[in-house]
Design a protein around this ligand. Structure first.
Ligand SMILES: NC(=O)c1ccc[n+]([C@@H]2O[C@H](COP(=O)([O-])OP(=O)(O)OC[C@H]3O[C@@H](n4cnc5c(N)ncnc54)[C@H](OP(=O)(O)O)[C@@H]3O)[C@@H](O)[C@H]2O)c1
Length: 229
């Protein structure tokens, strides 16, 4: 897909991976709508930031209506907003578990339900869902996060098969640890081999720009540091 003039929604745009991918899409000529609970401080004529909770379906519906009122189309969705916790199962608060499913999983359903009818009419579109290595392998003390990210991978694989006949590509991105604020609330978790958010953003751009004849289904990204044995 040529990204120039395409209309893209990026969730979780205020920081981390979402912010970098929003900036990179803008540099490619796309119009970007960034969604986060806090303000996204990107100053660009083709950027509009909206503050909402993506896990709240009413808010997603209202803000998507506004996107359609302004642009009357949607070409790309980057379902990136998410969070995790590093907690033993008996210390995992049920309210936090619910919030994690709302943000990491249900939010993707809410937005995808809205964009697919538009993309089907266009017979074109790209949905990128950010899962994690935690979407393919269990990690001690991350059972809640693991459950959400496995769900994202399963949902993405189903959608890729369901939507390919309508010209809509769905890719699940599965990154290893990334150097962002994601780990700020984590206790006792260390990783000294992390991806840069730009590594993830570059991989997303690679997928979006892939030729119409193929598409990456699951895109696993690991840090590559030849000095680490
Ligand atoms: N960092 C890693 O090691 C890593 C590895 C693999 C996968 N991932 C995944 O990559 C994605 C991005 O993570 P990141 O590392 O960039 O984390 P981050 O720096 O903490 O950024 C998370 C983004 O999500 C937004 N967000 C969280 N809850 C939200 C909600 N309810 N509604 C709207 N926006 C919300 C945050 O903005 P507000 O707080 O302003 O709402 C922020 O913009 C996540 O899905 C994460 O699970 C991360």
């Amino acid at each position: 897909m040529n990204l120039n003039n395409k209309v893209a929604i990026v969730t979780g745009s205020s920081k981390g991976v979402g912010r970098v991918i929003a900036e990179q899409l803008l540099s490619k000529g796309a119009h970007v709508i960034g969604w986060s609970r806090s303000e996204t401080t990107i100053n660009h004529p083709n950027f509009k930031g909206d503050c909402l909770d993506v896990g709240n379906e009413e808010q997603v519906i209202a803000h998507f209506k506004e996107v359609m009122r302004i642009h009357n189309t949607i070409d790309i969705v980057i379902n990136n907003a998410g969070f995790g916790t590093y907690r033993k199962i008996e210390e995992t608060d049920s309210a936090v578990l619910q919030q994690m499913f709302d943000t990491n999983v249900l939010a993707i359903f809410y937005l995808t339900k809205l964009v697919v009818p538009v993309m089907k009419k266009l017979q074109q579109g790209y949905i990128i869902n950010i899962s994690s290595i935690a979407g393919v392998t269990g990690i001690e003390n991350m059972s809640a996060y693991n459950a959400t990210k496995f769900a994202v991978k399963g949902m993405s694989e189903s959608l890729y098969k369901e939507l390919r006949k309508d010209g809509i590509k769905v890719t699940c991105i599965l990154p290893g640890s990334i150097e962002t604020g994601f780990f700020d609330e984590f206790e006792e978790f260390t990783s000294n081999n992390k991806l840069d958010p730009k590594d993830v953003s570059d991989s997303i751009i690679y997928c979006l720009e892939s030729a119409p004849s193929f598409h990456p289904v699951n895109f696993e990204i690991r840090p590559f540091n030849s000095s680490v044995k």
